[in-house]
Design a protein. Structure first.
Length: 402
């Protein structure tokens, strides 16, 4: 019986993996601001009626794939009107219209901001999934030395999310399906510093699920909250509540903003910026390990989390973190500045929601670079939805290949 159950489980998993292998319908496009003509980054792009999704890159470009003909695409970004665009060919050009706030709506800023946040926390079980979910994601992390890319890691991962009414996130795990890495071979580019990374970041920093990160009663008392001008997300008016540290703590706190749906009181977006006033506290958040004799100076760390509502239920949709720091060996005169960016987008929702076993999970201190093969196949992501690489990233990868 035990062997039979294991066989069934393996068949289910292999069925999930093979189901993605027929994404033969492809649409490429670009998104610009209708007023200025400038590219719009981080726009959510979706196939209506399906779970396939991605986001635009730094150039406003995207690529999205489906196992069925794509006749329409939906676009959404904070500060813009949602748009639906018919697709007649394999390429589209979309112009998003910025939202102008009528005076009546701009004046809707009444209410105690902390009380609104606390009520939104109480409604997490009403607004977020009460069933376990298995999400397929595309993940990319890059490391730049000054302005030059020295590492590019990419992966398709599965993330298992337990019900949001269970406030602990011990069952939430990620696992790699496919990954690749390209690293500069210059000796001077070697950086023996380990920082938090990998698709597990979207598990650790899911602030709505992991309330120990920020949304717990103890930590909320450490901040001052202020109501800001409202914003639109998915054509719905949002409370925008900013916060900043008001008291001392043993650990680094955050500056940030909560975007909370005015009707459902659902957290739809969270922006965080680590307080850098105390370097030791900030370093403990950012750094996992470094060589003896290397001076590590934290400069900046930011996070963005987007949550998307579908059929009355919200789930994490997009995650981005960026950190800047300086490294200097004591014998050198000049320090070097580095910037690490981690970006993850949920591209599909898989059924059944098969849990991720401990033997295949990507652990919080795992390093993607240690697990991924080198960039070789130019058609590596043929059967997966990804974030289209920007033009500068494509050039960097081509240079690093050489």
């Amino acid at each position: 019986m035990r062997k039979f159950l294991i066989t069934i489980l393996l068949l289910l998993i292999s069925g999930l993996l093979s189901a993605q292998g027929s994404l033969e319908y492809v649409v490429r496009g670009s998104v610009t601001d209708a007023s200025s003509g400038r590219p719009v980054t981080a726009v959510g792009v979706r196939v209506p009626g399906q779970n396939y999704a991605t986001v635009t890159n730094a150039d406003g470009s995207f690529i999205i794939k489906s196992n069925q003909p794509i006749t329409e695409l939906g676009f959404s970004r904070i500060g813009y009107r949602d748009a639906r665009v018919a697709v007649s060919e394999g390429a589209v050009s979309v112009k998003l219209m910025p939202i102008a706030y009528p005076l009546k709506e701009a004046s809707i800023v009444s209410g105690d901001p902390l009380e609104i946040v606390e009520t939104a926390i109480e409604r997490i079980a009403d607004n977020y999934s009460l069933k376990p979910e298995l999400l397929r994601c595309f993940y990319r992390e890059t490391l730049q030395k000054r302005q030059r890319y020295i590492t590019v890691n990419e992966a398709v991962a599965r993330i298992y999310k337990g019900p949001y009414n269970l406030r602990n996130f011990n069952s939430d795990r990620s696992a790699l399906e496919k990954s690749r890495v390209i690293v500069s071979q210059r000796k001077s580019d070697t950086l023996s510093v380990r920082m938090m990374g990998g698709p597990t970041l979207a598990v650790t920093f899911d602030a709505v699920k992991n309330i120990d990160l920020l949304l717990n009663e103890k930590d909320l008392q450490l901040y001052d909250f202020q109501m800001e001008s409202p914003a639109y997300i998915a054509d719905r008016l949002q409370f925008v509540i900013s916060f900043e540290p008001a008291r001392e703590a043993e650990y680094a706190l955050y500056y940030g903003k909560f975007y909370i749906d005015r009707e459902s009181l659902m957290f739809t977006r969270i922006e965080l910026s680590l307080d850098m006033e105390n370097e030791d506290k900030a370093t403990r958040v950012m750094l996992v390990r470094k060589p003896v004799g290397l001076q590590f100076t934290p400069l900046k760390q930011t996070f963005i989390l987007n949550y998307r509502e579908q059929d009355g239920c919200a789930r994490i949709d997009y995650f981005r973190s960026s950190m800047s720091f300086r490294c200097d060996w004591k014998k050198r005169l000049l320090a070097t500045t580095y910037t690490a960016v981690n970006e993850l987008v949920v591209t599909d929702v898989l059924t059944p929601a098969v849990p991720i076993g401990r033997n295949e999970m990507f652990k919080p201190r795992d390093i993607l670079e240690d697990k991924a093969p080198l960039f070789m196949d130019s058609d590596f992501w043929k059967d997966y939805n990804i974030i289209e690489p920007s033009e500068s990233l494509e050039h960097a990868v081509a240079r690093l290949r050489k």
